[in-house]
Design a protein around this ligand. Structure first.
Ligand code: HOZ
Length: 429
């Protein structure tokens, strides 16, 4: 079933570290051979062996309307003929910035970069430049890309591989990152009191998506906002996963909590390599060349990425019912999975908000990294492979979120639920 993938993985291991260009893809947490994809359309990915999968990662979020969404593909094809990069400004960059500002609350200016990592890294530099302070508070199991200051107690691949401290990240950098459990406001208050006037920023995933999907408890985001207000701290919401996914205006809109800087990732490029950070003018004008906080990039605002992103964002803006439909689809899927797990008699937790969700096999609620880490990973591993064999592609780690796309139909949900029932039976046998 995976013959060609296996051969490719062997080949890849000779020329690419670990055989992959991003660690979670290597299946280290679930074991086995990563599946090499060939193409994808709508809700499906197809591998090199000709197997079809209903896709629940959707490129970790950006394929919100499904793969190879035709208007995006056409726009890319048209713009590619004009040149794939200028290294000079284009009108399209203004159009995209205006589009983002029209959809997202509390932002007046946007700077385009090439990835979520770059966005968070630059947002932190900006917060430090703006406040003249050095330290940052982040949350255990939150992942803000792979820039040095964020690799302390990080989620996603760092959690998946169980890396406690990352070689190459110097002690002096790590010392400026203070880390506390997610959903724990008193721990944040304590740190802020311990380091008066030293904390430049609090950065948070408003819905954590890199230790499975974990929702903010009531009052958590509001509490962070108020701590920042009282202490002159910049509040950074990392909306790389939640932006334009949970709502047109992301988590800020959904929870009605205001950030000072927001970071975005791949969704604003329709899946092309893009990121951005945005905020109010007073802060953003500290960025070079308006200000002295340096940040730059030849590929920033790349025309192909801009047209792909603009086409996707405009569709989302013009059809707000997409969000209701996404949530309905996810609700239906969750009910079906509950039925499948219930019938199998396993203990499980499903965390869900809008079209983000995850499954942990545990009897207690999953509210932070420590509860996520205590779940039954062996069962997740077996479930993952049983589903893969039945044509359902789940995130290859329990420390990741599932992302549902709009192309997913009722038939696909039924197919997934049947696969889950059969998988649980096979696991029990
Ligand atoms: N770190 C990404 C998900 N949280 C995975 C990136 C990838 O492998 O594409």
């Amino acid at each position: 079933m995976f013959t060609k993938s296996q051969a490719l993985f062997e080949k890849a291991n000779k020329v690419i570290p670990g055989g992959v260009n991003s660690p979670v893809r290597a299946f280290r947490s679930v074991g086995g051979t990563p599946v090499f994809m060939q193409h994808a359309k709508g809700a499906y990915m197809y591998d090199v062996d000709g197997n079809r999968y209903v896709d629940y990662i959707n490129s970790w979020g950006p394929m919100i309307l499904g793969h190879a969404y035709e208007p995006v593909v056409k726009a890319i094809q048209e713009y590619a003929t004009y040149s794939t990069s200028f290294g000079a400004p284009t009108e399209l960059e203004i159009t995209v910035a205006e589009q983002i500002i029209s959809m997202v609350p509390n932002i007046e200016m946007v700077r385009m970069v090439n990835s979520g990592t770059e966005a968070c890294m630059s947002a932190l530099r900006l917060a430090r430049g703006f406040t003249g302070r050095n330290k940052v508070i982040k949350f255990e199991g939150n992942y803000h890309g792979h820039a040095d200051p964020f690799l302390v107690s990080a989620g996603s691949g760092v959690a998946t591989l169980g890396i406690q401290s990352v070689p190459g990240v110097t002690l002096s950098v790590a010392e400026d990152t203070l880390s506390v459990p997610y959903n724990n406001l008193p721990a944040v208050e304590q740190l802020v009191a311990e380091y008066p006037d030293q904390i430049a920023a609090i950065i948070v995933e408003p819905v954590a998506g890199n230790m499975g999907c974990i929702l903010p408890q009531a009052g958590f985001l509001e509490g962070l906002r108020s701590i920042c207000d009282k202490n002159g701290i910049v509040f950074i919401m990392d909306e790389v996963m939640t932006g334009f996914r949970l709502a047109k205006g992301g988590a800020q809109e959904l929870f009605n909590v205001k950030a000072d800087i927001v970071t975005f990732g791949k969704i604003i490029g329709g899946g092309m390599p893009v990121g951005a950070f945005a905020g109010r003018r007073e802060i953003m004008e500290h960025i070079a060349p308006a200000g002295k906080v340096y940040q730059a990039g030849t590929l920033s605002g790349n025309p192909i990425a801009m047209i792909a992103g603009y086409t996707l964002l405009k569709t989302l803006a013009d059809h707000p019912n997409i969000y209701t439909q996404l949530e309905e689809k996810t609700n239906t899927l969750v009910s079906g999975l509950r039925e499948a797990f219930g019938a199998a008699g396993v203990v499980y937790q499903i965390n869900q908000i809008g079209s983000m969700m995850s499954v942990h096999f545990a009897e207690y609620p999953i509210v932070d990294f420590s509860s996520a880490s205590g779940a039954n990973n062996e069962l997740f591993r077996r479930f993952f492979h049983a589903m893969l064999e039945r044509g359902v592609y789940l995130p290859p780690s329990a420390f990741e979120s599932w992302f549902i796309c709009h192309a997913l139909g009722q038939d696909d949900i039924d197919f997934t639920v049947e696969a889950a029932k059969a998988s649980m039976q096979a696991i029990k046998a």
